[in-house]
Design a binder for this molecule. Structure first.
Ligand SMILES: [Zn+2]
Length: 121
């Protein structure tokens, strides 16, 4: 993924943050077995955020962070750095895969969501 144009300083800041997250292996895919259910997370400043960076015709990208909620949804910025990091990590194959048993997945999701809700400001 190429660096965005310098004209949008906010984009550059997000791109640099995304780059740091990718290099620190902060993008993870959790796979639940044997169901093969999968989800992506990106390590942020305060917690791991849930992201969906592979949109379909009916589904837009999503991130559970404040930046997405307050600035992306209101179209002040095109995307948060977690989404940039996730796409970049997938493109470059620079993500970790964590396998979980289906029986442990609900507990994992509960912990992940609790971490996200604690940090929503
Ligand atoms: Zn985000």
């Amino acid at each position: 993924m190429s660096k965005p144009e310098l004209s949008k300083s906010g984009d550059i800041k997000r791109w640099d943050k995304a780059q740091r997250v990718v290099l620190s292996e902060g993008v993870k895919q959790y796979r639940s077995l044997p169901s093969e259910m999968a989800l992506w997370t990106v390590t942020g400043r305060d917690c791991e955020y849930l992201v969906d960076c592979t949109p379909t015709k009916d589904r837009k990208p999503y991130c559970s962070c404040d930046d997405f909620y307050f600035r992306v949804v209101s179209e002040k910025v095109p995307e948060c750095y977690h989404l940039v990091a996730a796409r970049k990590a997938i493109e470059e194959g620079m993500y970790s895969v964590v396998e979980l048993k289906d029986s442990d997945f609900a507990g994992f999701m509960n912990n992940l969501l609790n971490g996200i809700f604690v940090h929503i400001s």
